[in-house]
Each structure stands twice: as C-alpha cells, then as structure tokens.
Design a protein around this ligand. Structure first.
Ligand code: NDP
Length: 234
C-alpha cells in the first residue's frame, strides 16, 4: 500500500496536478476543496483551511478512510490583488488568513501524528513573489514570504524526527488564478521570464512529487524556485 498524501486545494490547478502526480508515484491521495467541486476521480473532503475545526475534521476523515497522513502539500491559496494605496484591510486579511494562517492550521494538525510516527513530509506552495516581491500583490507576497519563514522554522523543529519541510516557489503558472488576469498583464509577465513562457501545473507537480518521494529524504528547509529563471534575472 502506498503512503497517504493530502493536497489542500487539490481539486484544480497546481493542487490537482500534484494530486495526480502523487497518485502516479503510487501514493493514496486525498485532496481538500472549498468553494468549488472536485473531479470524481479524486478522494475529496470539503474544508476551509482557515478553520481549525474543519481542518481537524478533514484529517480525521482521511485517517479513517485511508490511514495516517504521511505527506502533506499545503497548496490552498488565494489572491486579492491591489496596489497598497488602495488595498483594504479585508483584502490583506483574507490573503494572510488563507495562505499563511491556513498553512499553519494544516501544519499543526499534520505534525502531531507525524511526530508519533517519527516521519513525514510537509511541502508548502509559496511563490516567487515571496522572494522578489510583486506589484499589486503586497498582501500575497507578505503571506508567501511568511510561509517561507514558517517552513524553515518548522524544518529546524522537526528534522530530528525525520520530518522534512520544504517550500516550492512557483513563478507564473497557467491556472485559473493567472487566467483571471488581463491578457496585457500576462504578456507583460511572460516577457520578463527568461524562459519566455508561463509554466504548467504539471511542471510544478513533478517537483512537489520529487520532494514527497524517497529520493528527497535528505532535503529539508529548502526553497525551490520553479519559475523559468524569473528570480535569477532580478
Ligand atoms: P487556483 O486558484 O487554481 O486554486 C486555488 C485552490 O485553493 C483551489 O483548490 C481552492 O479551492 C483552494 N482554496 C482557496 N481558498 C481556500 C480555503 N479558504 N480553504 C481551502 N481551500 C481553499 O490556484 P493555483 O492552482 O494557481 O495555485 C495553487 C497554489 O499555488 C496557491 O497557493 C497559489 O498561491 C500558488 N501559486 C500559484 C501560482 C500561479 O501562477 N498560478 C504562482 C505561485 C504560486 P476551491 O476551488 O474549492 O475554492
């Protein structure tokens, strides 16, 4: 039987591609979804990552149906893009509470059984914006940069228990999140990427699957850009 993996926000985009890559790697995969439905071929549990009780209930159900969760991909995230001058406190709070506090809620629930089992993998999906900032996304960049500090601290706390904690930092990836942007914004973004194109969700998923797999057992506290060179250029 394969290891049990959970991908939050695994019903579409990068999360769904990751769920499928982990399944291809032989894992038993569960995903969470929140406001939209999940495809019928994935084991899905509805959960708002901002809510500790819902997170606990989702883990409990997955543990009951599939077994202890050994691999967690904290992928759920949102944007509320605006320049700081016009950003509302709600824009800021929603992005921080979903991306950063949501990662904390998921990590806190995930770690206790991992500590008991003396092993596990935690992979957080941050963003290149955590490393270089992003106009119109100060709330998002702050949340993602917070995730980097959070994950590195967790890596220090957990490495002696054989639990690795790593971060991927995707650049511009084609998903609903970026398809919602105007064409002009997307073509301007593509022109700044050294590889000259957006990445695909599968290209992110493959890297996450590597970090979740046996071959990455000695990697912890790493922040891995998946960005076509975006963060090298700066
Ligand atoms: P999508 O917008 O396609 O998907 C977002 C996912 O997050 C959905 O599954 C959504 O569930 C889930 N979600 C949102 N809010 C909550 C919540 N409160 N509780 C639980 N789940 C929630 O995004 P992407 O696939 O593009 O992004 C996935 C991750 O990758 C995000 O963390 C994003 O910040 C990050 N990222 C994306 C990049 C890109 O260019 N696309 C670049 C860098 C990082 P539902 O559909 O049910 O609402």
């Amino acid at each position: 039987m394969g290891k049990v993996a959970l991908v939050t926000g695994g019903n579409r985009g990068i999360g769904l591609a990751t769920a499928r890559a982990l399944r291809t790697a032989g894992m038993r995969v569960a995903v969470t979804h929140h406001s939209s439905e999940a495809p019928p071929d994935v084991f899905a549990v509805r959960c708002d990552v901002r809510d500790a009780e819902q997170v606990d209930a989702a883990f409990t159900r997955i543990e009951h149906e599939l077994g202890p969760v050994e691999i967690v991909v904290a992928n759920a995230g949102i944007t509320r893009d605006r320049l700081v001058a016009t950003m509302t406190a709600t824009d800021f709070d929603e992005v921080l509470s979903t991306n950063l506090a949501g990662t904390f809620q998921v990590a806190r629930r995930a770690i206790r059984p991992m500590l008991r089992r003396r092993g596990g993998r935690f992979i957080a999906v941050a963003s290149a914006s955590a490393l270089i900032g992003s106009r119109g996304q100060a709330n998002y960049a702050a949340a993602k940069a917070g995730m980097v500090g959070f994950a590195k601290s967790m890596a220090l706390e957990l490495s002696s228990r054989n639990i690795t904690v790593n971060v991927v930092a995707p650049g511009w990836i084609t998903t609903d999140m970026t398809n919602a942007l105007p064409d002009t914004v997307r073509s301007a973004a593509a022109s700044r990427i050294p590889m000259g194109r957006f990445g695909t969700a599968d290209e992110v998923a493959e890297v996450i699957a590597f970090l979740a797999g046996e071959g990455a057992g000695y990697i912890t506290g790493a922040v891995l850009p998946i960005d076509g060179g975006l963060t090298v250029e700066r």
